[in-house]
Design a protein around this ligand. Structure first.
Ligand code: NAI
Ligand code: MG
Length: 373
């Protein structure tokens, strides 16, 4: 029997609270679906700093490198705000991303029917929406050289006399690997990829388009590929987002497009994410899954946190790390059912009000729904 290894890093604030609900979900799959998870748990962020004096120990880093998937809660909080930069909780996250070389950031935008009225767009535009934005995360204009702010010598025309420089730079290899990640993901979903750049005005965009096309033609001819200029892509995302399945784009455009797409679906407490790296020896990509939200110190310890973002992050792990697409679908259907039944944590209460359930009650309801969907 296959055993699926998972390293859980609850972290700080509401991280441990939402992770406790994922534990219940894992327990259900083990007891009722005959799945076997090898779950280990460790510290990250402020919790790791308190014990080890660093936000991620070498031992935890080594464990993260050896598992099929890492599931992280959240890091940070006021208690750690004045720590030296080198040991800030966020540095734990950054170390994981960097050393696992997680170059593909996945941000789904999925609209559950019961929450369609939370969207800033009309219900009929977003109901049933299910798209995935794949953002290149480790290169591009945020990292390219040369960069900096310099004196603009010998340019008397320049009022102020300075110039700020950042460089958009992509190698063909960097483009090909994130394109491969996108095509692999598309095969587990709707089998369509739309690649976005600005090939009309940027050479790096021309290279991007050519290399994505090359990967498609040579390795994924079965996946439908289209190309779109990123500015048009932004318009299409709010005009008719359901036309997309997987969108692959660079670091800068992906930063903007994924934040915009996230708000198509409403609450921060609902948003999962993943970051993937290169395939390991077993063919699975290195992977870390985490809710988009932070440690929410304002509601920590009150049982108010919505565990759905973290539970949906685990659903992504089921689909993309363990190849358990049917189980991922089941978990998403369970979330859908609970929401359709009107179960709401405080962050999902509409203007009409009502009585919110606690973090733990939401988890219990989702687990109960797993057997019914
Ligand atoms: P935040 O995401 O923690 O909270 C923003 C607001 O959303 C708060 O009002 C919070 O109560 C609410 N919220 C967030 N998640 C929720 C959930 N699951 N259910 C219900 N309500 C939820 O962002 P904020 O306040 O900017 O940062 C707080 C701390 O978290 C800081 O230390 C920050 O550095 C850290 N942070 C960590 C992240 C991570 O671990 N990936 C990401 C963002 C922030
Ligand atoms: Mg952003």
């Amino acid at each position: 029997m296959t055993t699926y290894s998972l390293l859980i890093l609850p972290g700080d604030g509401i991280g441990p609270e939402v992770m406790a609900e994922v534990r219940k979900v894992i327990g259900w799959f083990e007891q009722n679906r005959g799945l076997s998870f090898d779950v280990s748990e460790d510290l990250v962020g402020g919790a790791a700093y308190d014990k080890h004096g660093v936000p991620l120990s070498d031992a935890t880093m080594a464990r993260a490198q050896s598992v099929d998937a890492v599931l992280l809660g959240a890091v940070g909080g006021p208690k750690y705000d004045n720590l030296d930069f080198s040991v800030k909780p966020e540095r734990g996250l950054l170390r994981l991303r960097k050393e696992m070389d997680l170059f593909a950031n996945l941000r789904p935008a999925q609209c559950f029917d019961a929450l369609a009225d939370f969207s800033s767009l009309k219900r009929d535009v977003v109901a049933g929406l299910d798209i995935l934005i794949v953002r290149e995360l480790t290169s591009g204009v945020y990292f390219g050289e040369p960069r900096g702010i310099h004196a603009d010598d010998n340019n008397p025309e320049n009022e102020g006399g300075r110039v700020g420089i950042n460089t958009q730079r992509y190698t063909s290899g960097e483009i090909r690997r994130v394109a491969r990640a996108a095509f692999e993901l598309a095969r587990k979903r709707g089998n369509r990829v739309c690649s976005m750049e600005k090939a009309n005005v940027m050479e790096s965009g021309i290279l991007w388009r050519e290399e994505v096309q090359w990967v498609h033609d040579n390795e994924y001819p079965d996946v439908e590929l289209s190309h779109m200029y990123a500015d048009n892509g932004a318009m299409q995302l709010v005009r008719n987002p359901r036309q997309f399945d997987v969108i692959v784009t660079d670091n800068l455009f992906g930063d903007l497009l994924s934040d915009a797409a996230a708000m198509l679906t409403g609450s921060l407490g609902m948003l999962p994410s993943a970051s993937l790296g290169a395939p390991m020896a077993n063919g699975r990509p290195k992977a870390m899954y985490e809710p988009v939200h932070g440690s929410a110190p304002d509601i920590t310890g009150q049982g108010k946190a919505n565990p759905i973002a973290c539970i949906l992050s685990f659903a992504m792990a089921l689909r993309y790390s363990y190849d358990l697409g049917a189980e991922a679908d089941r978990l998403e259907r369970a979330v859908e059912k609970v929401l359709a039944d009107g179960v709401r944590t405080a962050d999902l209460m509409g203007p009409q009000g009502g009585t919110p359930v606690s973090t733990s009650e939401m988890g219990d309801k989702i687990v109960a729904a797993l057997a019914e969907v």
